[in-house]
Design a protein around this ligand. Structure first.
Ligand SMILES: [Zn+2]
Ligand SMILES: [Zn+2]
Length: 217
């Protein structure tokens, strides 16, 4: 005969005594991994429940995967604090919560003045059964056509507004940091061409367009 399961009680919030913080649905937390040599698990709390006496508190979580936990593994454009919101749900004891953390959007992460231990960012949802990502395409930058890794310094071309890795434009990071203005290779070639064109047209004084330009100056 099946044993009657004790009714569970939903909780709006719960104070995790060993970290002295109150958690609620929607919060992100770090949880102790079963293998202590692994980094802490990152999870989003979906709901909290206890037994009928208010003890044995369990949290329903949705895991964030780190890039190395994904089927495709870590790629060069993945940031050190990048996590993917997975479709993998679980129920864990509230005892395994180590601390609170923040999973930022990509945009707000890139605007942080300082990245703390408990700051992460997420720009992809991850399907843990087939290893696919949503969105499956992201903007790419630079000559190497890579998505942006927020850990890497990039310089922006003032003309085309594309971003470039110093190494891809034969600069060291220090040289790139010292740049006041930057025009990428194809834009400086383009402006050379435009300069030559305007020199040619200014040699024709009857050209109305050139005249207009002159008067505006
Ligand atoms: Zn590049
Ligand atoms: Zn450019």
């Amino acid at each position: 005969m099946a044993k009657q399961k004790a009714p569970r009680r939903p909780l709006d919030s719960y104070t995790v005594n060993h970290i002295n913080r109150t958690i609620k649905a929607g919060d992100c937390v770090l949880m102790r991994p079963s293998d202590p040599s692994k980094p802490s698990y990152v999870a989003r709390i979906e709901r909290i429940e206890s037994d009928s006496r208010g003890s044995n508190v369990k949290v329903h979580v949705r895991w964030y995967y780190r890039p190395e936990e994904s089927i495709g593994g870590r790629r060069p454009f993945h940031g050190s604090k990048e996590v993917f919101l997975s479709d993998h749900h679980d129920i864990q004891s509230a005892d395994t919560i180590e601390s609170m953390c923040t999973v930022h959007s990509f945009k707000s992460y890139t605007k942080l003045d300082a990245v703390g231990n408990d700051d992460f960012f997420c720009r992809f949802e991850y399907n843990s059964s087939n290893g696919s990502f949503n969105p499956d395409r992201v903007a790419v930058y630079c000559k190497c056509e890579m998505p942006y890794n927020p850990d890497d310094l990039m310089v922006q071309c003032e003309a085309c507004t594309d971003w470039f890795h110093p190494t891809c434009i034969d600069l060291t990071v220090e040289e790139a940091q010292r740049l006041d203005h930057f025009f990428c290779g194809s834009c400086s070639a383009e402006s050379q061409k435009n300069m030559q064109n305007s020199l040619t047209s200014s040699r024709v004084p009857s050209d109305e367009k050139v005249d207009t330009k002159r008067r505006r100056r």
